[in-house]
Design a protein around this ligand. Structure first.
Ligand SMILES: [Zn+2]
Length: 349
């Protein structure tokens, strides 16, 4: 049995993505087959397509096309093994991580730190297809009130932002937060989560159009970082105090200004380095202001279940830039590469 999928056999530019017929995955024990209804696109997909070594290794070892896609929502089409809480035809979201479940990180509740974890659509075939298989334990049932594109928007972007702001930085009502790149996936998710918490939000973006969207989604104050020094603006607008939390995912280009923007007892939380890995820090200022610099890596399935509940209740409405048919995956990649989207781009098989 075959299905349609967008996949590639060689890494490279967007032209390597081919809409093609591929065999429907066969299930091993305790796996489910999901009929994909929506798969959200992440920047990680672009890195995977271009040059990530894990993908190169998988292509060489299997000699099969690789199917991207980590953010998957759909209908359970088949179940292997005994899983009484799951039924065929059930609507579900797939948790994107496949942790080992037995290492000390996993059993301590830090499955996001598991060294042996795999990511759907990365070390395994993903959701740029009509069908995908996953461990049965990755299925999170979703209510009819949550659309498939909205559900598929949650895993990578919203889970990353939730773990950063709620679990790591412990953002509280009444605090000030600076969100860098508020138009991107994690930035726009962070914007909504910070709004839900009741923080005052300073958001940066590179175009005025994106800043208008940021205000629509809850930003209290916006800064076009192409025009002004954002840390100077932050200090001006907070009477020299700075912000309590910075959501950082840019890396080298913004690192020092992000730290400059922090108030006393401020927390900088970082999940990415799109402009480079290395940044300097003034250690004296750091200890005198009692700053905390923290890392954050995706999140846990329990956190994702919380996000699903919030989305089902309508308290969090994931921002969808647009949906595209699966055969237009290359267009979706180009949108993300040119940073023209605000929120998630979802592929519909
Ligand atoms: Zn583990």
């Amino acid at each position: 049995m075959e299905m349609k999928a967008t996949a590639f056999t060689k890494q490279g530019e967007v032209g390597v993505l081919q809409y093609q017929d591929i065999a429907i995955p066969t299930l091993d024990t305790d796996e489910i087959l999901v009929k994909v209804q929506s798969c959200a696109v992440n920047y990680l997909d672009i890195h995977a397509r271009r040059d990530r070594p894990e993908i190169k290794q998988k292509l060489e070892e299997t000699n099969e096309p690789h199917i991207l896609g980590s953010d998957i929502a759909g209908e359970i089409a088949d179940i292997s093994g005994t899983h009484p809480h799951l039924t065929i035809g059930q609507r579900a979201l797939l948790a994107p991580c496949i942790p080992c479940g037995v290492c000390s990180d996993c059993i301590s509740g830090y499955e996001n730190l598991c060294d042996a974890q795999q990511l759907l659509g990365f070390q395994t075939d993903g959701g740029y297809a009509e069908y995908v298989k996953a461990p049965a334990k990755n299925a999170i049932p979703i209510a009819d009130t949550l659309s498939y594109p909205e559900a598929s928007a949650l895993p990578i972007a919203y889970l990353t932002a939730w773990h950063m702001l709620i679990t790591r930085a412990q953002l509280r009502a009444g605090e000030d937060i600076l969100i860098l790149g508020a138009g991107g996936s994690v930035g726009s998710a962070g914007l909504q989560i910070a709004k839900l918490v009741g923080a005052r939000i300073f958001a940066t973006a590179s175009t005025n159009e994106k800043l208008v969207r940021a205000i629509e989604h809850g930003a209290d104050f916006t800064i076009n970082y192409a025009d002004v020094d954002f840390s100077e603006t932050i200090l001006e607008e907070t009477n020299g105090r700075g912000v309590d939390v910075v959501l950082e995912h840019v890396g080298t280009a913004t690192w020092e200004k992000s730290i400059e923007s922090l108030a006393k007892n401020g927390r900088l939380v970082s999940c990415g380095v799109t402009t480079g890995n290395i940044g300097e820090i003034n250690i004296r200022k750091m200890y005198q202001k009692q700053l905390t610099i923290m890392g954050s890596a995706l999140g846990t399935t329990a956190e994702l279940r919380t996000l699903v509940r919030l989305a089902e209740q309508g308290k969090l409405v994931p921002i969808i830039d647009r949906t595209l048919p699966l055969d237009q995956a290359s267009e979706a990649h180009q949108l993300l590469e040119s940073r023209k989207n605000f929120g998630k781009v979802c592929l519909i098989p």
